[in-house]
Design a protein around this ligand. Structure first.
Ligand code: OAD
Length: 230
């Protein structure tokens, strides 16, 4: 089976009602990264950081996968599909995708602040000061903050190298090391980029830019790729 690797960003969940980060109504217009998404922020004002992620989690519980998430599940009928997502939502899993690697962590999980290997599911939307791990330390959101290492990046790079087809959906490719994954794609393979806004694509070989929202562009591309296998 041919292997398709799909790199997704906030844009794939936009039509599910989840805000992106860098668009005009994006989250980073309303909040400063330094205040809510760094280890220093957590040390300075853990309550504010918890509130920020509690709000995100509350919204996620009300959101549903959209046509793009579901189309990627269809692709599994004829391809070995590996999703690498920068998103902390679980909409790919809820749609039914089998292989999803979360580069930046998962909103519905908490982690010990003294032992990275202790990870728990969060029941409901709220993580509070005073919620402790089994070793007695405060639980933090299971999120990779700016300035922190991205533990799964090596694995993501190896998976990217194995791709026979590569699809990028709804990411501004502004955040490293995730954005650097594109350098691991074999130059000869077909690449597709789906985003409603202009993207820098010069110099990339064998690239088809589909300038559409994910909810339109992904189902159309999936149809095409499934037909190519008939
Ligand atoms: P950005 O907000 O930087 O980029 C969102 C991309 O989605 C842009 O290129 C938009 O044009 C595009 N977009 C908007 N609506 C879309 C739609 N309906 N369909 C398809 N594309 C659409 O989000 P990311 O690139 O995901 O990290 O951001 C990367 C990381 O920065 C995030 O994982 C997060 C953030 O800070 C952390 O919090 C660690």
């Amino acid at each position: 089976m041919k292997k398709i690797v799909v790199l997704t960003g906030a844009g794939v969940s936009q039509e599910s009602g989840i805000r992106t980060f860098r668009d005009s109504d994006g989250l980073w217009e309303e909040y400063r990264i330094e205040d809510v998404a760094t280890y220093e922020a957590w040390e300075n004002d853990p309550q504010l950081v918890l509130e920020f992620y509690n709000q995100r989690r509350k919204q996620l519980l009300e959101a549903k996968p959209n046509l793009a998430h579901y189309a990627l599940v269809e692709l599994e009928k004829k391809y070995d599909v590996q999703i690498i997502t920068q998103n902390v939502d679980d909409l790919h899993e809820r749609a039914g995708s089998k292989k999803v690697l979360h580069l930046h962590g998962e909103l519905k999980k908490s982690r010990s602040s003294i032992d990275d290997s202790i990870i728990y599911p969060i029941d409901g939307w709220e993580l509070k000061l005073g919620d402790l791990c089994e070793k007695g330390s405060q639980l933090r959101p299971h999120i990779v903050w700016f300035g922190e290492a991205v533990p799964l990046i090596e694995l993501a790079a190896r998976l990217t190298e194995q791709a026979d087809i590569f699809i990028v959906i709804g990411t501004s490719l502004n955040v490293y090391p995730a954005a650097g994954l594109v350098h691991y794609i074999k130059p000869v393979i077909k690449k597709y980029l789906i985003d409603p806004n202009d993207c820098k694509t010069d110099g990339i070989e064998n690239l088809t830019f589909i300038k559409e929202k994910a909810g339109v562009g992904v189902p159309a591309l999936v149809d095409q790729l499934l037909k190519e296998k008939e």
